[in-house]
Every structure is written in structure tokens, then in C-alpha cells.
Write a protein that binds this ligand. Structure first.
Ligand SMILES: Cc1cc2nc3c(=O)[nH]c(=O)nc-3n(C[C@H](O)[C@H](O)[C@H](O)COP(=O)(O)O)c2cc1C
Length: 208
């Protein structure tokens, strides 16, 4: 079933799908057709150990009823934020469609076999990059990075498969809230919020 336009003209929350994942998948499928680059890009907000917010773009690589999965260096700034405060907000914005989706939830590391399965699919250069980049750490100059890339090219040149760095892997944002926003005329946007309620979701429209 196709739900994309239901939200724009939504009269009440009862008319919306009961599962936010159905709606999200419909919107993502449409974004894949309309957005020229990275429809799966999402802004990830985290909280530092000191309680300060930070935000950056990452790519959504998997989604199921358990949550939204992205991959990164777990020793990065976001990794240390998530170790201290395992909560996050995500925001997708699809400009062509006039839509955003806001997500908030708790965060867990995915399993090593799951991270391995994804790492294997990455291009050679991205695998080397994962070893070479000490993500978020100060970098003296560009050639330091290039030297590290060369070192890891040499180190793994005889390996059939480059292993996943132990500090690199996936996180899953397990949503408690998913809000769908559709641009309306004169800023009379449509907002539909889903709040987790045990195994179900409570739907609620919000003023724009
Ligand atoms: C379109 C786009 C996609 C990105 N995807 C990822 C990603 O999937 N994982 C990642 O670690 N960084 C990704 N980045 C880089 C991050 O935005 C960020 O610079 C990096 O992860 C370091 O963030 P941190 O220092 O806050 O941990 C992406 C950047 C852009 C612009």
C-alpha cells in the first residue's frame, strides 16, 4: 500500500498507518527517487559527557522494527558521546519532497557479526580508510593521513579480506518517538508524531 500523500492531507491521526516504519519506508522509497544524493543521510545529535549537544550527518544503512543503524568509528567524538549518554536524535530532511522525519531513542551497539557483514561490503578504499583515520582526533597535516593510508595498504596487501577494525562498527537507534513533517502552504505544515507505547505506537497530530 502507498501512504506517502496521506500525511499531507491528514484529517486525524486515526487515518495514518499504525506503524511508523510503514510510513518511513514509503517516504524513503520516494526520497530515493527524488533526492539526487544520499537520500539516506541523516543528522545525528548526541550529548557529550559534559551534557553539551553535537550534531553531524551519517548515513542510514539499515532499518527494521528494532531501529535505525549507522556505522562509524566508535572512538570518534560521537562514539565517546554515545558511550557516556546512549541516547540520540536523528533528523532526515528531503528538500525536494518538503518532508522531514525526526527520531529520538536509545542507542546500542550492534553485534560484531552484523558489523562484520556490513564491513565486508564496503569498497577497498573505505576499508583502508577505516583503519587509517583516527576519526575526530587532531590531524597535524594532510600527509600524515596519506602516510597512514599507505601504511595500511602495505600492511593488508597480502590479505584476501581486510578485517574490520575492532573500534569500527554499527550503532542502532531504537526509536521512542518518530515524527513525520510535511510542508504545507503558509507554514501550516502537517505533523504526525508516533510515541512508543509498549509494543504499539500512539499516534498524535501536532500543531505546526
Ligand atoms: C553525506 C555525509 C555522510 C556521512 N556519513 C557518515 C557515516 O555514515 N559515518 C560516519 O562516521 N561519518 C559520516 N560522515 C562524516 C560525519 O558527518 C562526521 O564528520 C564524522 O563522523 C565525525 O563526527 P564526530 O567527530 O562528531 O564523531 C558523513 C558526512 C556527510 C556529509
Amino acid at each position: 500500500m502507498d501512504h506517502p500523500d496521506i500525511i499531507k492531507t491528514l484529517e486525524n491521526a486515526g487515518d495514518a498507518p499504525d506503524s511508523p516504519f510503514i510510513l518511513f519506508n514509503d517516504w524513503m522509497a520516494e526520497a530515493e527517487k527524488t533526492e539526487p544524493n544520499d537520500p539516506n543521510a541523516m543528522c545525528l545529535a548526541t550529548i557529550s559527557p559534559e551534557g553539551l549537544p553535537d550534531a553531524r550527518i551519517v548515513l542510514l544503512k539499515a532499518l527494521d522494527e528494532k531501529g535505525f543503524v549507522f556505522y562509524t568509528n566508535r572512538q570518534s567524538k560521537k562514539g565517546s558521546d554515545l558511550a557516556a549518554n546512549p541516547v540520540a536524535a536523528l533528523n532526515f530532511y528531503w528538500k525536494t519532497l518538503g518532508r522531514q522525519v525526526h527520531v529520538r531513542g536509545t542507542v546500542e551497539q550492534i553485534t560484531d557479526p552484523e558489523s562484520d557483514a556490513y564491513f565486508i561490503t564496503r569498497p577497498h578504499g573505505s576499508k583502508i580508510g577505516a583503519w587509517a583515520s583516527q576519526q575526530s582526533k587532531p590531524l597535524e597535516n594532510r600527509s600524515t593521513l596519506e602516510t597512514r593510508v599507505q601504511e595500511f595498504e602495505n600492511k593488508f596487501k597480502d590479505d584476501e579480506a581486510i578485517p574490520r577494525p575492532p573500534y569500527w562498527g554499527g550503532y542502532r537507534v531504537k526509536p521512542d518517538i518518530i515524527e513525520f513533517w510535511h510542508a504545507g502552504d503558509f507554514r501550516l505544515h502537517t505533523r504526525l508524531s508516533y510515541k512508543r507505547n509498549g509494543h504499539d505506537w500512539k499516534k498524535q497530530m501536532l500543531f505546526p
